[in-house]
Design a binder for this molecule. Structure first.
Ligand code: GUN
Ligand code: FE
Length: 457
């Protein structure tokens, strides 16, 4: 018998750009948090299965105006930058890092401060429907382990990285690893620590090797971390080709692109998460695709720091794995639904171009705009594919990471007019207009991790 049954109408995008409406279905979840069956309302075993779940208090029945969606995947977020959300975005990337961000991140040597911030952040993300997050922490081993432990305690699926950065030219004395071997050893200790905390079989929280970005790392650190990834079979994340300044810096130092340098050091691997990747060439995209690495598209922070718009369509056309990242706090929204909206806008800016004085056929790049189901796929199943995890859609064997969107919450921005709107129309409205206040229940691995106090479920 399944341990849980969730009954209602579910909306998801199991393949890129294709909305599927599962009307009045019953999703059965087993003791490992996986979807074991999806039954239609006329299934002969349904009454028995539902009665059993109800007797155990494990039946959730969605009401009129409530819809089930897959949980959101945030492929790139800096947990320690949460206190800086919405602040200090008036500088360039290189100034922002030195003037605001490194001083803030240095404070996480204080474990009590780290715990306070991280607990608030993980709760806020879960309430926004982010069921999986791929975090950069800071250089501090203890505080980074605390973030992993908080994700476990609060039930969020997470990949957590202790940041590595040792280059004396780019990192201030008050915020850098002592040297490459210390950074590699502490990263190894961090990986072991997270694996001990979370276990090794199907863990909810996993470690990620995290060279901050090429400019902040010496060659020996990049090499040491590449070797460590192979030895410990560990995921990697980093920033890649984010801005003019950053990509030129790497070209001048190595005479090669970020992607080529990461590959040279063994850091471009299966499911490596590359944040941004705005200035990638076709050759870079081919290399990323061949290695099975993935891009975290961070459209909001790109508007502030990138000096360009990510070539999303080019990446998708080459079958590169792509998902969305909030890039807090270079992005100032914790909501991955906002991420969908920003991805839609960025793709339209790329399609239209920016200079109305140019003739229409010289302004933008036709075919760049993505559709609403494509944006939603990036936020859910696309993020899951990027990580190689069975999440982001309602499919047998996939993890039940999901949320309920309720149209009846006070002050809701989503209006549904059943005589005017099909469920396809409603899906568009949800993606464009729903807010945190519409998200009334959230599950990860089949367990409830957030629930609005006013919900009747
Ligand atoms: N490049 C190196 N560090 C960072 C960071 O914290 N945020 C962003 N957006 N880019 C970076
Ligand atoms: Fe970032």
């Amino acid at each position: 018998m399944p341990i849980k049954v969730i009954s209602g109408t579910a909306l998801h995008t199991p393949t890129r750009g294709r909305l599927e409406v599962l009307e009045n279905v019953h999703i059965l979840v087993d003791e490992t948090g996986r979807i074991s069956e999806i039954l239609p309302s006329d299934h002969p075993r349904l009454a028995e299965v539902r009665a059993h779940a109800e007797a155990q208090g494990n039946l959730t029945e969605l009401q009129q105006g409530q819809f089930l969606l897959p949980g959101f995947v945030d492929l790139h977020i800096h947990a320690p930058q949460w206190p800086q959300l919405g602040k200090a975005l008036d500088a360039s990337l290189e100034v922002w890092l030195q003037k605001y961000t490194f001083p803030l991140e240095a404070r996480y040597s204080d474990l009590a401060f780290a715990r306070e911030v991280y607990e608030g952040l993980v709760e806020a993300l879960l309430a926004n429907g982010t069921t999986t997050a791929v975090y950069f922490a800071t250089i501090h081993l203890e505080a980074s382990l605390a973030l992993a432990e908080i994700c476990l305690t609060k039930g969020q699926r997470a990949l957590v990285g202790k940041v590595a950065m040792d280059d004396t030219g780019q990192c201030p004395d008050f915020y850098r690893d002592a040297d490459a071997s210390t950074a590699v050893n502490e990263t190894r200790a961090f990986i072991q620590g997270v694996r001990e905390l979370a276990g090794c079989e199907d863990p909810l929280v996993r470690p990620v090797i995290t060279p901050r970005f090429i400019p902040s790392c010496t060659d020996s650190l990049l090499e040491g971390l590449g070797n460590l990834a192979e030895q410990m079979d560990c995921l990697v994340q980093t920033h890649c080709s984010e801005s003019d300044w950053e990509s030129r810096f790497v070209q001048e130092r190595f005479g090669a692109s970020d992607t080529a340098v990461l590959s040279r050091f063994g850091l471009l691997r299966q499911n490596t998460i590359l944040a941004h990747s705005n200035f990638v060439s076709d050759e870079d995209l081919t290399a990323i695709q061949h290695k099975g690495a993935a891009i975290a598209h961070c459209p909001l922070s790109n508007f502030y720091f990138a000096n360009a718009v990510f070539p999303l369509r080019a990446a998708l056309d080459k079958n590169v794995h792509v998902g969305l990242g909030s890039d807090i706090s270079a992005g100032h929204s914790p909501s991955i639904l906002d991420g969908c909206r920003h991805a839609l806008l960025a793709s339209r800016a790329r399609q239209s171009g920016i200079d109305p004085r140019l003739p229409p056929d010289e302004r933008g790049i036709s075919g760049s705009a993505v559709s609403i189901p494509e944006a939603f796929w990036l936020a859910t199943a696309g993020g899951g594919e990027a990580l190689g995890l069975p999440i982001g859609k309602f499919v047998l064997g996939y993890k039940f990471d999901a949320l309920v969107l309720d149209l009846n919450t006070p002050g809701s921005n989503v209006g549904w007019f059943p005589n005017l709107d099909t469920l396809e129309d409603l899906f568009q409205k949800l993606v464009l207009n729903a807010t945190r206040s519409n998200i009334v229940m959230v599950w990860v691995d089949g367990a409830i991790v957030a629930r609005s106090p006013s919900i009747h479920l």
